[in-house]
Design a protein around this ligand. Structure first.
Ligand SMILES: Cc1cc2nc3c(=O)[nH]c(=O)nc-3n(C[C@H](O)[C@H](O)[C@H](O)COP(=O)(O)O)c2cc1C
Length: 366
């Protein structure tokens, strides 16, 4: 198979791969621009760019300024090549301001999940930006499409389906996550295709979750997806923002090192089992100081740890105190390679594979 190009709105990339938005500071300008230069779509994560350790008088202003700086840096590193996007979580307390800042900087696309991005088109206004909601069910897509049609007479430019095998925050209950086969990517695709049929919509559909290599991408294309979004595998590309000691934890990790815990975001989150996670699972409370509320859904008086601090510690490579978000397929992260090395594996054609009825990998159930 030759991998098809990915076309979203007026954007196009040589390979059908979007680099997932990865906060805090994992998916920054160096990674996004490297992906773009190699023929994928690059994404800057907008969460956690500010300095959480100092009390800042204006968190919103700082978040917007630093995102604008990062977008300009990515444009500089790519010489203006596209498509460059931003990931903005609906759960951010500064969501509207950050969306407006990204639109002002004329990013090419905005990916928005961790909540339903009902008001996203309104905040973006007339800017020519592809809008890509992230959903985990056909019902969620239906709600977004209905709202966008009624309020803005607009449909999404593409949709990303995050399966229960994904890294980061998960739009599923703990029960569903214990039985991921009941909400498999195949089932979710069928639900989404039915919703799109009802709206007579032909937007591209992308898959996310445990996609680590060319074989996985081909499997998704064969299932009927137009492309994929890759997170975990890209943490361990040389250009990602995470410290090398942190990347090495992923390379060494085994499937049994992956667990799901409840996040202060209010959703389950899949992470590597580190000393911090052991403490959280044992019911201990981590000391923290919250100078401002970065997540609308976080109750700082109740949550056992500060996710912003824990992700910042992970970014620094602190194995004791860091929260290392991960997808199920840590075994797909075999070594730290350059972005170019990864994309080289996507070039050319592979022999036709025997048709696989479903996307199954050993050990992918946590
Ligand atoms: C370290 C890490 C950070 C992430 N940060 C974000 C984020 O800031 N916003 C978001 O919408 N999703 C985030 N995600 C989810 C990814 O965008 C993506 O959908 C997911 O990682 C895909 O699954 P995979 O990791 O198995 O490839 C994150 C995932 C990881 C692993």
């Amino acid at each position: 198979m030759k991998l098809p190009r990915l076309k979203i709105r007026n954007l196009s990339s040589e390979f059908p791969v979007i680099q997932a938005g990865m906060g805090v500071r994992v998916g920054m300008a160096p990674l996004a621009s490297a992906v773009i230069k190699c023929g994928g779509m690059g994404t800057i994560a907008s969460v956690g760019l500010g300095d959480i350790e100092k009390s800042k008088s204006n968190y919103e202003e700082e978040s917007c300024e630093l995102l604008a700086k990062e977008i300009r840096e990515a444009r500089r590193l790519t010489g203006g090549r596209r498509p460059l996007g931003v990931n903005i979580m609906v759960a951010l307390s500064v969501y509207e301001a950050v969306v407006r800042a990204a639109a002002q900087e004329k990013v090419d696309f905005i990916i928005s999940g961790a909540g339903l991005p009902i008001y996203l088109p309104g905040y973006v206004g007339d800017h020519d930006i592809a809008l890509i909601p992230v959903i985990s069910s056909g019902r969620a897509l239906d709600v977004v499409m209905k709202a966008w049609k009624r309020r803005y007479n607009r449909e999404p430019d593409a949709v990303i389906i995050e399966s229960p095998l994904c890294g980061g925050h998960l739009g599923f209950s703990m029960e569903q996550l214990a039985h991921p086969e009941t909400r498999s990517i195949e089932i979710l695709l069928k639900e989404v295709q039915e919703v799109l049929r009802n709206y007579n919509s032909k937007i591209p559909v992308l898959a996310a979750g445990a996609i680590s290599n060319r074989e996985d991408i081909e499997a998704m294309i064969r299932l009927g997806f137009d492309g994929v979004q890759i997170g975990t595998r890209f943490i361990c590309l040389e250009e990602s923002g995470m410290a090398r000691t942190g990347k090495e934890l992923y390379v060494k990790a085994k499937p049994e090192d992956v667990v799901v815990i409840q996040s202060p975001v209010g959703l389950p989150v899949r992470v590597l089992k580190t000393p911090l996670v052991d403490r959280i699972l044992a019911g201990k409370k981590e000391p923290f100081y919250c100078p401002y509320l970065c997540l609308r859904t976080c109750d700082r008086n109740v949550v056992p740890f500060c996710i912003a601090k824990a992700l910042l510690d992970a970014w620094r490579g602190d194995a004791e105190n860091g929260l290392f978000m991960t997808g199920c397929d840590v075994e797909g992260v075999t070594e730290i390679v350059s972005t170019q090395d990864f994309f080289n594996t996507l070039k050319g054609e592979t022999a036709p594979a025997a048709a696989k009825p479903s996307f199954t990998k050993s050990g992918l159930s946590r």
